[in-house]
Design a protein around this ligand. Structure first.
Ligand SMILES: [Zn+2]
Ligand SMILES: [Zn+2]
Length: 152
């Protein structure tokens, strides 16, 4: 995907981006550049957390410049990868990978439906929950708890 002038593609009401001049300047200073990239990953996560999906081991991260497309991001012990040009040409963590990393850190896999769910929405099964369906330590999302009539 080619991104010629991201500033012009900003939707009304979107966060103002820093002037191009500043971006060019920070390119010359690696530490600042990293900070900017991390910040962009955070912004991407904050703005699109609801649209981020995890399917078959792949994170689907929405594109900020083209709201109809997603980038497939893979995180893993063997390294991380993204489909975007940033990653392809620079070979370093792009904002999509950073957003996926944040999403990964904030979620865990539900033992019932195996979807990635926010930590705060998961309930851990303890010994107090008498059930033949779940094991102690299992994490359950609200949907799974509801569909089994609760776990308490
Ligand atoms: Zn990317
Ligand atoms: Zn579930």
């Amino acid at each position: 995907m080619i991104k010629m002038a991201p500033q012009e593609l900003e939707l009304p009401g979107a966060q103002p981006t820093e002037p191009e001049l500043l971006t060019m300047k920070s390119l010359a200073q690696p530490e600042q550049r990293t900070t900017t990239r991390v910040q962009r990953g955070r912004d991407l996560y904050t703005e699109h957390a609801d649209e981020i999906r995890f399917e078959h081991g792949t994170w689907l991260i929405p594109s900020q410049s083209d709201l109809t497309s997603v980038y497939e991001v893979v995180l893993g012990r063997r390294g991380e990868s993204c489909e975007c040009r940033d990653f392809e040409f620079r070979g370093e963590s792009c904002k999509h990978i950073l957003a996926a990393t944040i999403a990964h850190a904030k979620t865990a896999t539900c033992s019932g439906c195996l979807l990635r769910v926010l930590h705060r929405d998961l309930t851990e099964v303890t010994e107090d929950h008498e059930s033949l369906t779940w094991f102690v330590g299992d994490l359950l999302c609200p949907e799974c708890i509801r569909s089994h009539g609760g776990i308490a």
